[in-house]
Design a protein around this ligand. Structure first.
Ligand code: WT7
Length: 696
């Protein structure tokens, strides 16, 4: 087998493990009602019609002032879409639907507690509550267009209400996933320079009422340490009649929103007409260098793109009941729980809790009761529902016309269970590949047009022209049978605008790799580097292999290894730390931690301290499967920790040639410590682990 200088398998061999799957076709019944079933659309979005083709997306929105230029590339790669246009996102998601859908459900919220009634917000109710909140934010908090606000909230209707209220007055929201720790929230408050934090007293998770207010106190403290003073903490109440948190309110700083809103009853706030390229929100995500990146998304381009993809890929009609079982604290929830579905006047379902609580039939009871006909979830949820309740879906009268999977590559076996059991062989499945940065789907089948292939995301979406490059910048064409780095050659309306406060890093991370003319204003010179490995089949379908950088995809979400490693180093006993991904049957990948101790330190209790530190700094989602204390880290002669070798050991894979390391003997010691004294294992293993830690 061909190996490179570091003993890795070549890209050609990575692809060899890929078995072609037979295709499935959508039912005639589905195609008959689909929003998009006319193949001529591909011609309309052919490259020769770019960028004007995206007018079809922009025309899904209501503009206060129509735009004059589709795409401005004069400051490449800082693209501007629909230049000259003005619009308001909350107007587009609410007000414009009132004429026809005033009394239709906009949001149906389901508590984790099965005894608590649902909350149904009609478009009228949503309109009233968003207006009151917008007035409160503007008049009580003094927020104005362009200010940033950090929102650290669980899955409750007050979360989209708050987001839409911000959008109404042009305030940029930064929603931090509710499961992240107070410290992680504090770091993001500081980075975005928010002086207002919006939180909640508590919420249900796995049957327990969690105190969430306590995280707000930690976040404010952390932000202050980093240099940002939070002036006000706004706390929503989980229950009407009681507090859900024992943590006291801080006089003069903390305010109960529900009380404050009373003064704004019936208030209306004129939606602020925003330029198309004004930022709508920040969403922090992990990258290959330590600090989380605040991905800045636009108003007009973003909303057009999520409306277009919701309509054509998720096949959302205003009459549909749509349920995306993600969390709004991630990009999936922003684009495909809140903004996309509401822009199309759909009914969007929100569920507070854990899908398998109190039993694996829960999602299907919710879907049956609410008449959900479009379902959206992740491979990690699919695997866990299959594991604990493989036969549950059959017990319920559920009928989905289409379903989505997102977040990581899905194993064909899990796909087939989803198709046969959840979809009952009736639902079209779209496997949508995209990222926090991309705003919306990049590769997916169009369910009314294309056959489905388990394990393949599918062809590029309309107006998206990918290219796969090898490390040297040579193109790997479709059908070559080799994997490489997937890039998108052109900009699209959903692409993020920059990294908040770090334009250099934006260019360096996403565009510099394959750009040869740094001063160019021609988009052809700026392929977007997605950071994923991919193989392009002869039939034009793309199979995504996973990240090529130091990022671990846990349960469909990116966690930066450097962030986890710095959390480990907050434990005083630790000298060095290395975090690697380990294959996990349910969560996809989980972090495993290697640490070496400072001289003279006793190992007792250290592993627990490291785990705890990770939970405190990042959150439970990053909790390692195991913390291993090792005598030393395997290193190159220049002192770089060889995470790839550790990843191979943790995953029982062949670690390849290590003779060039500074301390090859430590590898065998670690291997015996992890795997026992038996013979060296030679499992092939998945490509993202083989490639892990490789410099890009
Ligand atoms: C990374 C982005 C997109 C919203 C949720 C995650 C992986 C995402 C797929 C898919 C294979 C996928 C990629 C990507 N990924 N969707 N359908 N098939 N891989 O957003 O946290 O920004 O992570 O998730 O590796 O780069 P994110």
């Amino acid at each position: 087998m061909a190996k490179d200088d570091e003993g890795r398998l070549s890209e050609a061999e990575i692809a060899v493990h890929w078995k072609e799957e037979a295709v499935y076709r959508p039912s005639t019944k589905f195609v008959g009602q689909a929003n998009l079933s006319d193949p001529a659309v591909r011609e309309r979005f052919a490259e020769k019609n770019f960028p004007e083709c995206y007018r079809e997306f922009a025309d899904l929105l209501t503009w206060d002032k129509y735009w004059t230029q589709t795409l401005d590339t004069s400051k490449a790669p800082f693209w501007k879409w629909f230049v000259g246009g003005r619009l308001n996102v909350s107007y587009n998601c609410i007000d414009r639907h009132l004429g026809q859908y005033r009394n239709k459900a906009a949001i149906v919220w389901v508590s984790e507690d099965e005894n608590e009634p649902d909350q149904v917000l009609t478009f009228q109710e949503l309109y009233v509550r968003v207006n009151e909140m917008a007035a409160y934010l503007r008049d009580f908090c003094g927020l104005k267009t362009g200010d940033r606000v950090t929102i650290h909230m669980p899955m409750v209707p007050e979360l989209p209400i708050t987001m839409l209220a911000c959008a109404r007055i042009g305030v940029i929201h930064s929603v931090v996933f509710g499961g992240f720790s107070g410290e992680a929230c504090g770091t993001r408050i500081h980075d975005s320079q928010s002086r207002i934090l919006i939180s909640m007293d508590g919420y249900y998770r796995s049957g327990k009422l969690l105190d969430h207010k306590v995280n707000a106190d930690i976040a404010v403290k952390k932000a202050a340490e980093e240099g940002t003073k939070v002036e006000k903490v706004l706390v929503w109440k989980r229950f009407r009649d009681k507090s859900a948190s024992p943590t006291p309110m801080v006089e003069g700083r903390d305010f109960i929103v529900n009380d404050g809103l009373k003064a704004f009853r019936g208030k209306r706030v004129e939606p602020v007409s925003m330029p198309a390229e004004a930022p709508l929100f920040l969403m922090y995500t992990s990258g290959s260098t330590g600090k989380p990146k605040g991905c800045q998304h636009s108003t007009g381009g973003y909303l057009s793109y999520v409306a277009g993809t919701s309509k054509w890929v998720q096949d959302i009609h205003p009459t549909d009941v749509y349920w995306c079982m993600a969390d709004i604290g991630w990009i999936t929830g922003h684009s495909y729980i809140v903004y996309g579905p509401l822009a199309l006047a759909a009914t969007t379902v929100m569920y507070e809790g854990v899908p398998t609580f109190p039993d694996p039939g829960r999602p299907w009871r919710i879907a049956e009761r609410l008449g959900v006909n479009i379902f959206h979830t992740s491979p990690t949820a699919i695997r866990s529902l299959r594991k604990v309740g493989p036969d549950e879906p059959a017990k319920y009268n559920i009928h989905f016309k289409c379903m989505t999977t997102v977040g990581e590559p899905i194993e064909p076996e899990a796909w087939k269970w989803y198709y046969d059991n959840v979809g009952k062989g009736e639902a079209a499945i779209t496997d949508t590949w995209w990222q926090t940065e991309t705003g919306g789907f990049l590769c997916t089948t169009i369910p009314g047009l294309d056959p489905m292939k388990p394990g393949s995301a599918g062809p590029p979406f309309l107006g998206i022209y990918p290219i796969i490059y090898d490390e040297k910048g040579q193109e790997i064409p479709p059908g070559a049978g080799r994997a490489g780095n997937i890039c998108i050659r052109n900009p699209w309306p959903g692409i993020f605008q920059t990294i908040w406060g770090d334009a250099d890093r934006f260019v360096k991370n996403y565009y510099a790799k394959y750009n040869h003319k740094p001063g160019s204003t021609d988009w052809h010179d700026w392929p977007y580097f997605a950071g994923d490995g991919a193989v392009w089949a002869p039939d034009g379908y793309l199979r995504i292999l996973g990240r090529v950088d130091d990022v671990i995809n846990v349960a469909g979400h990116r966690l930066g290894t450097k962030e986890i490693e710095s959390a480990c180093l907050t434990v005083p006993e630790i000298a060095e730390a290395a975090v690697v991904p380990v294959v996990d049957a349910e969560r996809g990948r989980v972090p495993e931690v290697y640490v070496s101790l400072k001289p003279g330190v006793k190992p007792e209790g250290v592993a627990e301290k490291v785990s705890k530190a990770i939970e405190t700094v990042i959150g439970k989602i990053a909790r390692p499967r195991v913390v291993r204390i090792v005598p030393d880290m395997p290193k190159t002669r220049s002192g770089k920790i060889m995470r790839r070798v550790l990843a191979s050991i943790s995953n029982q894979m062949d670690y390849g040639d290590i003779t060039t390391l500074a301390n090859p003997e430590v590898v065998e010691q670690i291997r015996v410590q992890v795997q026992g004294a038996g013979p060296v294992t030679h499992k092939a293993g998945p490509s993202d682990i083989k490639e892990f830690g490789k410099d890009v």
